[in-house]
Design a protein around this ligand. Structure first.
Ligand code: F0G
Length: 459
């Protein structure tokens, strides 16, 4: 289309009201939530950018398929549909349904992991790392060096450093290495894509060293968009065929269908090797459910089968990526420091540069998250020292490498007007930058403190 307007390629059939609120009301809500947006009620939020996971709007086709869900314990026809769709997309023979991504991670990496084992990734997502470490194994991240510089432009900033990979493969060998995992797109690294060239190199190295190679493929369609538009030689391939080409390089994949599956719940594990699939199936039955439903109801499986097809629609993907990119570009033009280029599912703001007067131990990311809520009713998430900070023996904060705030955009949920509104809110935030103060933590838990921590304004 030659028009500049970002056109949502859908009409709205059912609406969910957003309850408008004033700045005063929101200040109160936030105080009641101890300045932690995880503790807010979603009814008090205007735009929820907390996550793109499980927050998609389903299509009318998915909703009608839900009525057709077959809830049989064994041999459900909805399972057969989902299995066929996943097989066709991934090319893998053995498909295990799971209730979400981390259930597949626990099964696969729990089985391949254990004390003394090593896993290598461009960047392990938190739950992936947690499942690996919980098994007693070690998780090593080797993103390319460019990924450490937020503003440095690179078309595939999610790539894995293949020189480092070679060194690690040589050092540890196939006995010690549980698997190499490529996360596409690289969520923790800013939603940045991985090139096919990089995936091919990693696959070849894994084959050479006889090490298993898996995809964490929850944003595989978005990654395919970047390959088609940025990598030479892919412009004439369909997004789906690009994804298929990437799956063909691997031994299997773990998917949280809550992202590019366009559903609110679901996932799967897909494997090439029968022996490994048999071992994982045993674990699946013990904790997730029988092989023809995993942790899913029949209606969920119907929705996944369709979502996996709809997500590769050309007009949808164009709208999806353009809309995220537009928000990032506008903020960038306004001087908001952010991870560049803009990734697929989210805009990541560098809160340390946005509020240079707030020291890291007063959590500039938390300050931005709170301002976004008070001024605009926008919920976002801090990915900085609140989430990843640790303490030394004296109780001083060991800060996270970056103080980021993620605006993750749910799929097919918000319109361009909502995006324009968010941009307007940022204009207000820029004007009021100097008045904003940091926070101190008044109460926190030992693990995953960001979910429940309580805060108060710093002096
Ligand atoms: N892998 C990646 C790359 C993810 O982003 C997530 C979830 C998972 C695995 C786990 O999937 O939630 O279905 O168990 N990411 C969400 C987020 C939570 O907000 O980025 P899950």
């Amino acid at each position: 289309m030659k028009f500049k307007t970002i056109f949502e390629p859908f009409k709205i059939k059912s609406v969910e009201p957003i309850i408008m609120s004033s700045e005063e009301e929101r200040s109160l809500f936030l105080e009641e939530a101890n300045f932690n947006p995880f503790q807010l009620h979603s009814k008090d939020i205007l735009i929820d950018f907390l996550t793109d996971s499980g927050t998609s709007a389903m299509s009318s086709k998915q909703w009608s398929a839900i009525m057709d869900g077959d809830e049989a314990y064994a041999g459900s026809k909805s399972w057969l549909k989902m299995e066929e769709e996943v097989k066709d997309l991934t090319g893998f023979e053995y498909i295990l349904p799971t209730h979400q991504g981390r259930a597949g991670e626990r099964i696969l990496y729990g089985y391949l992991g254990g004390k003394g084992k090593i896993f290598i990734s461009n960047t392990h997502f938190d739950t992936t790392r947690a499942n690996i470490e919980f098994s007693g194994a070690e998780a090593i991240d080797i993103p390319i060096a460019e990924s450490a510089e937020p503003m440095l432009s690179h078309p595939f900033k999610g790539n894995m450093d293949t020189d480092k990979l070679k060194e690690l493969l040589k050092k540890y060998g196939s006995k010690k290495i549980g698997a190499v995992i490529m996360t596409v797109t690289n969520n923790s690294g800013g939603g940045q894509p991985v090139s096919m060239k990089n995936a091919i190199e990693v696959s070849n190295l894994c084959k050479k060293f006889n090490v298993k190679f898996f995809l964490d493929c929850c944003r595989i369609a978005e990654n395919s968009y970047f390959i088609k538009t940025r990598e030479p030689g892919y412009i004439n391939l369909s997004y789906r065929n690009i994804a298929k080409e990437m799956f063909a390089l691997c031994d299997g994949c773990v998917m949280s269908a809550k992202k590019d599956g366009l559903v609110n719940m679901g996932g799967f594990l897909a494997l090439k090797d029968k022996e490994l699939a048999d071992a994982c199936t045993n674990l699946l039955i013990i904790t997730e459910g029988f092989v023809t439903y995993g942790g899913l109801s029949g209606r969920d499986m119907e929705a996944i089968a369709l979502g996996l097809r709809e997500v590769f629609d050309e007009d949808y993907l164009k709208y999806r990526i353009r809309s995220t990119e537009y928000l990032g570009e506008m903020l960038y033009k306004m001087g908001v420091p952010l991870i560049w280029p803009i990734g697929g599912h989210a805009v990541y703001i560098d809160a340390r540069s946005f509020y240079p007067h707030i020291p890291v131990d007063k959590y500039p990311g938390q300050a931005l998250v709170c301002e976004l809520y008070i001024k605009g009713g926008i919920r976002s998430v801090e990915i900085g020292s609140v989430m990843f900070g640790k303490y030394d023996k004296k109780g001083n904060l060991i800060p996270a490498p970056n103080e980021l705030v993620r605006l993750a955009i749910p799929r097919r949920v918000y319109t361009q007007s909502h995006i324009e509104y968010v941009i307007e809110v940022f204009k207000i935030l820029i004007e009021n930058k100097r008045d904003v103060k940091g926070f101190v933590i008044t109460e926190e838990s030992e693990f995953l403190r960001h979910f429940t921590a309580k805060f108060k304004h710093a002096e």
